[in-house]
Design a protein around this ligand. Structure first.
Ligand SMILES: [Zn+2]
Length: 312
């Protein structure tokens, strides 16, 4: 039996380190829709050259897209009118401030716009477009006046080339099996000098580095690739985009007690894991907890917001 060669999906290097199997909690779901992955022998790897982390082998794209298509349209909340708290919880004002600081104009495309909630928040002075695989969510976005270009980047025609000042993409990069190809495809939609504003998990966050494949963010099946400042810079360069800005960020505003409680919760989780390894029979709901990753994140700054610019 020969070892299969795994190449980094950002820089192509063969110098990748296997970190272990991602700890998915059964039953596995993507966008709330059941998915089977136990037949794939998935592992998390880190590239020694560019620091990108990724799950390999690739989950068949059709399996994932089938879940996104069938997703209910309410799996993720983005619409400020449906849920006013979301503007505060998801730091919409900070995202808009970064967008306004770097975008050379007011034509914006949201890659993975879901129900168009953030675009609606931007207000009438912005011309908005979106790309969204969930049929239901795209329909809701269109109802808010968002021009839907298609379900995926491959469906977007050449007539949209070089037509956007900015492309925003929040909580999407971690879903991309071929991030450089996708960033390249998005680059052609940007005007020269236009920018991409992205937010995703930061694999350089301390708790993440300490817990690896058991970090909660890695326990989500549709999360297949993880960036930090270095790997995003490399991915951007290979796609013809320069890293213009990087800041650590928090995904969701969360009360302090949640983070304080995450430590005793982690202790209980580690105890359950040890019992499971010793083959001590556990009630089913505890056994499910022991099979997954850590139940909670340990700090609020485990994401980042970055700006990639198409050179003039
Ligand atoms: Zn690499």
């Amino acid at each position: 039996m020969h070892e299969r060669v795994i190449n980094c999906r950002v820089c192509g290097s063969e110098r990748v380190v296997r970190l272990g199997a991602p700890r998915y909690r059964p039953p596995t779901k993507v966008a709330g829709v059941p998915i089977r992955v136990d037949d794939l022998d998935l592992s998390l790897y880190r590239c020694s050259e560019c620091d990108y982390q990724f799950v390999a082998p690739v989950i068949p794209q059709e399996r994932l897209l089938a879940c996104y298509r069938e997703s209910s349209g309410s799996n993720w909340k983005t619409d400020p009118q449906v849920d006013a708290a979301i503007v505060n919880q998801r730091y919409y004002a900070n995202k808009r401030a970064v967008l306004e600081r770097f975008s050379p104009g007011r034509q914006v495309l949201d890659f993975g716009c879901y129900d168009g909630g953030f675009l609606k928040y931007l207000g009438a002075e912005w011309q908005t477009a979106g790309i969204e695989p969930s049929t239901v969510a795209a329909g809701i976005a269109a109802g808010h006046g968002v021009q839907i270009l298609g379900p995926t980047i491959d469906a977007v025609g050449a007539e949209h080339n070089a037509s956007f000042d900015a492309i925003i993409s929040f909580d999407v990069l971690e879903h991309l099996p071929e991030p450089v190809a996708t960033l390249s495809a998005l680059r052609r939609l940007l005007r020269p000098g236009g920018v991409m504003v992205v937010e995703t998990g930061n694999s350089a966050a301390l708790a993440w580095r300490l817990t690896g494949p058991a970090y909660p963010y890695c326990g989500i099946v549709e999360h297949v690739g993880f960036f930090n400042e270095r790997s995003l810079g490399v991915a951007g360069r290979r796609a013809g985009l320069e890293l213009a800005h990087f800041q650590r960020s928090c995904h969701t505003r969360t009360p302090l007690w949640y983070y304080i409680l995450s430590y005793p919760r982690a202790a209980v989780y580690l105890a359950l894991r040890a019992l499971r390894r010793l083959r001590v029979p556990l009630p089913e709901h505890l056994d499910v907890i022991a099979q997954g990753g850590f139940p909670a994140t340990f700090g609020d700054q485990d994401h980042f917001i970055a700006v990639l610019r198409r050179p003039q």
